[in-house]
Design a protein around this ligand. Structure first.
Ligand code: ZN
Length: 262
């Protein structure tokens, strides 16, 4: 089987749409290579031990390409991948579809802008998820800029559509969610972006743990936080992307808030 590290991929594009409508087959071939590379990298980072974790990417409006079940992410090759429709029915591939595909599909259905989903069990972030703690305190400017906050979705039995239901309230305004007693899911407009968000979540979880050990830390607040969120909005708008501000968690405050997403 082919093993293609993400770092060796010839090009990671920001959108998974074919650059040329005349080359859909080549587009799928490229996405297969990229997905295999992302899978390898996820394992290399230590985020997907054993056969855990799964990665997917949209092929088009009605099909998703995904890693198969029961396979180490280290050895998944382009030909091992499976294709499913938006109902989870397997359309292609000799291996079997992961039981966690419903979680991926719930995200694609809720977020038309999402092109790729990464699910994994990184140690520190999963420890927070297993301790009942969201990563929702603004300790780091970088994380506020890239992710806002990372909420904790209630526990749901893995491999059931219950996972998608518990995720639903968080999908609109977040690009990364902790899954209670389970792991993490991140998503974005490319495999690279979804993977980088997973890295950011795990790095932030490590920071939060040390901050707690040091006695609590100092959260960004007031003007500093508002300025940061406005800088994020300006950066995203400059990149040609829209920013949707959400109301505060109590539903009363409008304007820049940590739940803002691109
Ligand atoms: Zn899982």
């Amino acid at each position: 089987m082919t093993e293609t590290p993400l770092t060796q991929m010839p090009e990671m594009h920001s959108s998974n749409g074919c650059e040329s409508a005349a080359a859909p087959a080549r587009c799928e071939a490229r996405l297969r290579e990229e997905l295999a590379g992302c899978s390898f990298e996820l394992h290399a980072l230590g985020f997907a031990p054993g056969t855990s974790g799964n990665v997917s990417v949209r092929l088009d409006g009605s099909r998703v390409l995904a890693t198969p079940t029961g396979c180490s992410k280290r050895v998944v090759g382009p030909d091992d991948l499976v294709v499913v429709d938006m109902g989870g029915q397997q359309l292609a591939g000799t291996r079997h579809v992961t039981s966690e595909i419903d979680m991926h599909l719930a995200i694609y259905k809720a977020r038309p802008d999402v092109e790729a989903v990464v699910h994994a069990h990184p140690v520190f972030a999963t420890a927070f998820a297993s301790s009942g703690h969201a990563l929702d305190q603004p300790f780091c400017a970088e994380v506020v800029m890239t992710l806002g906050t990372i909420p904790l979705a209630p526990y749901a039995t893995t491999g059931t559509c219950e996972v998608g239901r518990t995720l639903a309230p968080y999908l609109e305004h977040h690009d990364a969610v902790l899954l209670a007693n389970h792991g993490v899911v991140t998503y974005g407009d490319s495999l690279m972006e979804a993977l980088m968000k997973m890295e950011t979540v795990e790095h932030f979880a490590q920071i939060c743990l040390v901050v707690r050990q040091l006695g609590g830390g100092a959260m960004l607040e007031g003007k500093h936080l508002t300025d940061l969120l406005q800088a994020r909005a300006a950066y995203l708008r400059k990149a040609g992307r829209q920013v949707h501000w959400a109301n505060g968690s109590n539903g009363t405050s409008a304007g820049p808030h940590l739940t803002a997403r691109i």
